[in-house]
Design a protein around this ligand. Structure first.
Ligand code: FMN
Length: 142
C-alpha cells in the first residue's frame, strides 16, 4: 500500500494530514498489510512538493510492518533516514529509470546518470530501457 500524506497528489490534498494518516496507517496495520510506502516530496521536492517536513517519523509508530520512504532521496539522505529509524527501506523512482544498475552504483559510490523528464510517459523504449549501465559507460569511454 502506498500513501501520499504530504502535499497535493493527483488533485488530493489534506489540510490537516497527520491525524488522517495516523488513522489510515493504524487501520492498514491492523488488517496486516505487508508494507506501507509513503510518497512524501520534501518542501524542496523536484517532482511534487510537500507542504511540511516529511511526516514519516510521526507515522512510524502507527504502522507495525515495514515502512518504506520515497521521494527525492539520494544515497546520503536514504542512509541517514534508515540510520535514524525513520523507515525500514527507501524506494527510488527516477534514479531507477536512468540507472538500470542503481543498487550497484549506490553500493560502489558511482555517480548517477540524470533522467530526462521529456521521455516520461512516452511510447516505446526511449527513456525507459535505453539508459546504459555504469559498466557500459566505462567501456565506451575507455
Ligand atoms: C515516469 C514516472 C511514472 C510514475 N508513475 C507512477 C505511478 O503510476 N504511480 C505512482 O504511485 N507513482 C508514480 N510515479 C512516482 C514515483 O513512483 C515516485 O514517487 C516519484 O518519482 C518520486 O520518487 P523519486 O524522487 O525517487 O523519483 C511515477 C514517476 C515517474 C517519473
Amino acid at each position: 500500500m502506498r500513501l501520499s500524506p504530504n502535499g497535493e497528489t493527483q488533485g488530493v490534498k489534506d489540510s490537516d494530514p497527520l491525524p488522517v494518516f495516523i488513522a489510515a496507517a493504524e487501520a492498514l496495520s491492523s488488517i496486516g498489510i505487508a508494507h506501507l510506502e509513503l510518497r512524501e516530496p520534501p518542501i524542496t521536492g523536484t517532482v511534487g512538493v510537500g507542504d511540511m517536513d516529511p511526516l514519516a517519523s510521526q507515522l512510524r509508530s502507527a504502522f507495525k510492518g515495514p515502512l518504506i520512504l520515497n521521494s527525492d532521496f539520494d544515497m546520503t539522505r536514504a542512509q541517514a533516514d534508515l540510520d535514524a529509524g525513520v523507515g525500514d527501506a527507501v524506494a527510488f523512482g527516477r534514479p531507477f529509470i536512468s540507472n538500470p544498475d542503481l543498487p550497484y552504483r549506490l553500493a560502489e559510490g558511482i555517480p548517477l546518470s540524470p533522467d530526462d523528464s521529456a521521455t516520461w510517459f512516452t511510447q516505446g523504449p526511449e527513456g525507459y530501457v535505453d539508459y546504459p549501465a555504469a559498466d557500459e559507460i566505462a567501456v565506451k569511454s575507455a
